[in-house]
Design a protein around this ligand. Structure first.
Ligand code: GRF
Length: 224
């Protein structure tokens, strides 16, 4: 019987550009024992990202690769891939990473790279999603985790977390409520992926027999 070592646990590379609250939620789930994984690398494209400083304080292996140091997107993406592969990461977790990735990079990690987006895709791809949701007058809003494909915010959906928009709510208040759901959604999806409950197959999210998207359990319980 071999004893299990740190390297037996699936390794995640988490890519960030900002606050890193999803990164923190993922690390909390790991520490709580609910997400059987380890973060092998936190990669930030910004040296001033608060999430990067948090990762350093935590002693997580973290690195800044600034897109400004590269003349072309392809070169930047090659540097990202080299750092990811060197860390031994099997899964690439985009958590507020605000750079568009090139098709070769996306294809290199197809089926192993996921993103969280602050809307109920396919509604409101892109930026300023909470303000746009309020302006559109939608009654429901939320967040989506999807496989990353070359088309921005358009990869196959794995799970969503949903909540009702409240009358007169500000975009900031709505963003805060959605983020609280994101922090449950992302670790739950990662558990499903690491346990091979779902995978990307022929351009669609395929659930193994007996498993389904955690979306329903992520509906705000106060609504039920
Ligand atoms: C989240 O709202 C996520 O949906 C979007 O970027 C934001 C990142 O927030 N992709 P944080 O850096 O995890 O706090």
């Amino acid at each position: 019987m071999g004893s299990s070592t740190l390297t037996d646990v699936p390794a995640l590379a988490v890519l960030i550009s900002g606050q890193g609250s999803n990164l923190q939620a993922i690390q909390r789930a790991i520490e709580a024992g609910s997400l059987p994984a380890r973060i092998s690398l936190v990669l930030s494209n910004r040296a001033d990202a608060p999430g990067y400083h948090w990762a350093q304080q935590q002693g997580l292996n973290s690195q800044v690769i600034s897109h400004r140091d590269f003349a072309h997107r392809e070169e930047f993406d090659k540097a990202l891939a080299a750092a990811i592969d060197h860390s031994g990461a099997q899964w690439i977790v985009l958590a507020g990473f605000l750079r568009q990735l090139t098709t070769p990079f996306v294809e290199r990690y197809l089926g192993r790279m996921v993103n969280i987006h602050p809307s109920l895709l396919p509604a409101f791809p892109g930026l300023h999603t909470h303000q746009r949701a309020l302006e559109a007058g939608v009654r429901w809003h939320g967040a989506t985790v999807h496989f990353v494909t070359p088309d921005l915010d358009a990869g196959p959906i794995i799970a969503q977390a949903i909540l009702p928009v409240q009358a007169g709510e500000s975009a900031q208040a709505l963003a805060k409520r959605v983020q609280a759901l994101e922090h449950q959604l992302y670790p739950a999806v990662l558990v499903a992926l690491l346990q091979a409950q779902c995978r990307l197959e022929n351009g669609q999210t395929h659930w193994a027999v007996g498993y389904h998207s955690p979306t329903l359990s992520l509906v705000n319980p106060e609504l039920l």
